[in-house]
Design a protein around this ligand. Structure first.
Ligand SMILES: [Zn+2]
Length: 285
């Protein structure tokens, strides 16, 4: 039985239908009302939230028992050949971490890099350097709770295979740096297959019983390859139910953020499957 935090990637669709200008706090309330207990705050197009707004959102989330996390901007590449792009990437991470800390988020997830001309090994070192600089910055700025999460990526041109991500996080070995599994990305990068049991075993091997932060979405098959385009979980690529079943026999804490286009609807379908295999949603029935 896994202890699960489950919710949408961003403000639920229902909250926006109810109120067109729904913000983060409306989203958190909605998540709690429908019976979920997590939400990822999306800074994917840029960090446009003040520190005060982040604090307020954090207070509401704490009151309602909703676990918050943050997705950092997409425009990050720690392996860029252009120095100013690397610097801008670090700034975006710092802004995201600052707001994440203010809202009491558990983790700031980011897409580390494209291999580019550096290639896998050079990029590995560049990502490591960038993360080490962020660790220093967190220390200097009293960011001591929120974690930095390196996401496992879908494309072969991106840094972020399962093995290299785990290896780097393990090598850095800092309590505020974690690996974030995106189950859909693992499936896509692996040519349309995933062995959940093997991934969970690999997590144990590297990180023991450390809580997991993960994303789930189904992805699309187009022009002969699996691409990172998000599809509803009914499309079953990959299927969610076998993951729910495997988690049923795990004694671990896991957050699952639904990134399918049906944000809260699919999260609620996942909830049903998780409960069917005796998992527990923390704070909910
Ligand atoms: Zn992502």
């Amino acid at each position: 039985m896994a202890r699960v935090y489950l919710g949408p990637a961003g403000i639920p669709i229902g909250a926006k239908e109810r109120k067109r200008s729904a913000g983060t706090i409306d989203g958190i309330r909605y998540v709690s009302e429908v019976g979920l207990n997590a939400m990822e705050v999306e800074f994917v197009q840029g960090v446009r939230m003040t520190r005060e707004a982040a604090q307020e959102a954090g207070e509401v989330a704490r009151e309602l028992g909703v676990r918050l996390s943050v997705h950092a901007p997409y425009f990050i590449n720690l392996c860029s050949e252009e120095r100013d792009k690397v610097e801008a990437s670090l700034t975006r991470l710092q802004e995201s971490l600052d707001r994440g800390e203010a809202m009491g988020a558990t983790v700031v997830v980011f897409h580390p890099a494209y291999y580019g001309k550096l290639g896998p090994e050079g990029c590995y070192n560049a990502v490591k350097d960038g993360v080490l600089r962020i660790i220093d910055w967190m220390k200097e700025n009293d960011i001591k709770n929120v974690k930095l999460g390196l996401e496992v990526m879908a494309r072969k041109s991106q840094f972020g295979g399962l093995e290299e991500t785990f290896r780097l996080v393990k090598e850095i070995n800092h309590p505020q740096v974690v690996a974030v599994i995106d189950w859909g990305h693992v499936f896509a990068r692996n040519g349309g297959s995933i062995d959940y049991r093997a991934v969970l075993n690999m997590w144990r091997e590297y990180f023991g019983d450390q809580p997991m932060h993960t994303h789930f979405t189904c992805v699309k098959y187009r022009k002969g390859e699996w691409v990172d385009e998000h599809e509803p979980i009914d499309t079953n690529n990959p299927p969610f139910e076998p993951l729910a079943r495997e988690l049923g026999s795990e004694d671990i804490e896991i957050t699952i953020i639904n990134e399918s286009p049906l944000l809260e609807k699919d999260a609620l379908k996942m909830k049903e499957m998780l409960l069917k295999y005796n998992n527990v949603l923390v704070g909910l029935h």
